[in-house]
Design a protein. Sequence first.
Length: 262
Amino acid sequence: MSSAPAYTPRHGAVYPSLAGTTVLITGGGSGIGEEIVRSFARQGARTAFIDIIEEPSRALVAEMRAEGHEVVFERADLTDIEATRGAIERIRAAIGPIAVLINNAAHDERASIDDVTPEFWDSRQAVNLKHQFFCAQAVYKDMVARGAGSIVNIGSFAYVAGVENLTPYLAAKSGVIGLTRGLARELGVHGIRVNCVMPGFVMTKRQLDLWVTPEVEKTIYERQCLKRKIQPADIARVILFFASDESGVCTNQAYVADAGWT
Ligand SMILES: NC(=O)c1ccc[n+]([C@@H]2O[C@H](COP(=O)([O-])OP(=O)(O)OC[C@H]3O[C@@H](n4cnc5c(N)ncnc54)[C@H](O)[C@@H]3O)[C@@H](O)[C@H]2O)c1
């Protein structure tokens, strides 16, 4: 592998349209989601997130508060649609009608073909696809009233790349594209944009703890055009763009942020 010369990226885009905007993020308590929460809060957005994990979520709220940002956390299991609706109601009461929705939460539990039961299959669709629709359904009227809105659904490069023992997850993630295109068509008349961002192999804590061995690192560098690791903040930056007015005519699309793997 020939590596590129050392270069330090200079980040720091500011999106004036996000300042003061209300943003709801699912799965904001860890992984890519926590970086999405930080990124919106630092843009001055009125930021709220739903997660099932309490302690890391509360620690993130405290971290943001120490930086001078008010971030709202509601605990809910997103596979419980009634509980999710209740959490969204409380978030709306706290930060106001929702202008931006980032459907980020998922769970990539693996199982080989013989281990997939009907119950496991359904649970994977519930945690990786179903709540994306019902969160959109719960907030889109806020966006209709505003005459604008942005929904970003997080997909995955994995269903294009092909990853072993992940078939139910990959089916759900390809479903995110269909969900995106259906909602974009249905909601575009109200000025609501709906896009999908498909991350590549991202160095989240979960990935590092479970999967990033020296052999996997070798594969990553072989397959990616860019010979560097993708960090959660790299994905959050792409999401900020699709949430902001700078992507005002982008809708009904899926953008792959995988350093050129696929
Ligand atoms: N990390 C990667 O390499 C990668 C690659 C491609 C796509 N993605 C996608 O990016 C998104 C974020 O992935 P990640 O790697 O940060 O995942 P992660 O597992 O590290 O974090 C997911 C977050 O969602 C929360 N969550 C999971 N199930 C929930 C439930 N039932 N109710 C409420 N919250 C729940 C978790 O508690 C966690 O905070 C996902 O949509 C994932 O499919 C990730």
